[in-house]
Design a binder for this molecule. Structure first.
Ligand SMILES: [Zn+2]
Length: 103
């Protein structure tokens, strides 16, 4: 029996099975490309090659919600660059809307 040590409820066993193996696995480093990122503490992951530190999920390198937040932040950054070009938020939106209707 693989789950002999997980006691006191099916829900606990399910939660354990969901993260089993992912906590100690090595993940790919976004900076150096090596599969050497390991968990050093709750939601803190570090590449053992280049020492880069990542904030991730508590037991896995990334979570679904974390990916959504990442995408949102990159979208917001695109808008920030446009702001630096001297455009206001409503001007950016108007430009994008006209581009969408033209295409
Ligand atoms: Zn690295």
């Amino acid at each position: 029996m693989s789950n002999a040590s997980i006691r006191y409820g099916a829900s606990l066993r399910k939660r354990y099975n969901a993260i089993k193996g992912k906590k100690r696995a090595a993940y790919k480093c976004e900076l150096c490309g090596r599969e050497n990122v390991r968990r050093i503490s709750t939601s803190i992951w570090q590449c053992r090659h280049c020492k880069a530190v990542y904030a991730g999920g508590a037991y896995t390198m990334s979570t679904q919600k974390g990916e959504v937040a990442k995408r949102l932040i990159s979208e917001l950054n695109k808008h920030t660059y446009k702001k630096e070009e001297g455009l206001r938020a409503n001007e950016i939106l108007a430009k994008e809307e006209s581009a969408a209707t033209n295409s």
